[in-house]
Design a protein around this ligand. Sequence first.
Ligand code: NAD
Length: 350
Amino acid sequence: MTEQGEAQPAGRGAAEGAPSRAGTEIPRAERGPASTRVAVLGPGRIGRQIALAFALGGCPVVVLDLKPRPAGEAVAVFEDCCREIERDLRLMTEEEVVSAGDAAAALDRIRTSIAVEEVADCGFVQEALPEVIELKREVFRSLSGRLAPEAVIASTSSTISPSHLVEAVTGADRFLVVHWLNPAHIIPLVEVVPSPKTSEAAVARTLALLDGLGKVPVRCGDSPGFIGPRMQVLLMNEAARLVEEGVATAEDVDRAFKAGMGFRYASVGIFEFIDWGGVDVLYRASRYMANALGDPRFLPARSVEEKMERNELGPKTGRGFFDYAGEGRERFETEKVRALLRQLRRQREA
Ligand SMILES: NC(=O)c1ccc[n+]([C@@H]2O[C@H](COP(=O)([O-])OP(=O)(O)OC[C@H]3O[C@@H](n4cnc5c(N)ncnc54)[C@H](O)[C@@H]3O)[C@@H](O)[C@H]2O)c1
């Protein structure tokens, strides 16, 4: 199903591996049961948010702290975790994102524990341990023999390919990366990254479960950094370089980002914007930047050069990364302008 106003992907014209609009759609009938019992391993920054996201979606959740700690420290960790979850629920209620009743019900669904045996009756286990491959592997090994046969095991790694973790998991076919974005209870996107060994059944169950929570799961290939982190690592380092070089202050880079790219990309995808702005604009900007800054990392991508050669520049030539044949251009531009105007109105009203 293509949303109204969205242009169709350009068949052979689309970049290989480019996101397809049809890529991760979930038929209504397959949307996941909210009753799945979930274990979250690690009550840290993202783990507590993930627990809240599942609980808000109706899932009973146990948050496990498996770190060996002196007595009393685990209590303090869980107190901090619960305090933050309660604070986030209060903020969600105050901002009228959830009702007071739903917030109370979500809180009731969350338990904490230090007993690894708790994973036994969970249908979905979400690891949220530090981004250290060996530590994640060690904890996956400790789960061996404790999991229900049909349980899905997910790592929340921000960058690590599932194929670099899977060897430590008993039952490679039920393992994948499920990457949430901070704050996980708010941001809709969740990237779902199977390894070549992951079964389609495990992927389908994961997509359906996330969709049932009201999230926007997007499936992508087994590649370091997936979609978001790969782009974001470049963006964040470029922001740091701008400040290092004295081009702008950190405050002004943030101000420019929020008022410019942040505002735009809430309603317009990257490929949609390449097309809308014009592939030729990106091509020339890339070459100028590479030359002026003496840095080949700014050079245009191969698919951008190919689009230039084929005069597939976006709506103005009827095709870019997507098709704009017939009424496509007018429909696309009208819908994007409307979306941005609605966003502007909401921002002014806030
Ligand atoms: N923080 C973010 O913004 C964010 C966003 C997306 C994904 N991630 C990913 O999520 C994962 C967790 O990140 P985080 O920021 O929540 O980390 P964190 O340090 O806040 O939390 C990690 C958790 O792991 C536990 N832990 C630490 N050492 C352990 C051990 N030896 N044995 C068992 N448990 C141990 C800690 O008690 C803690 O609860 C990482 O892979 C990270 O890349 C983080």
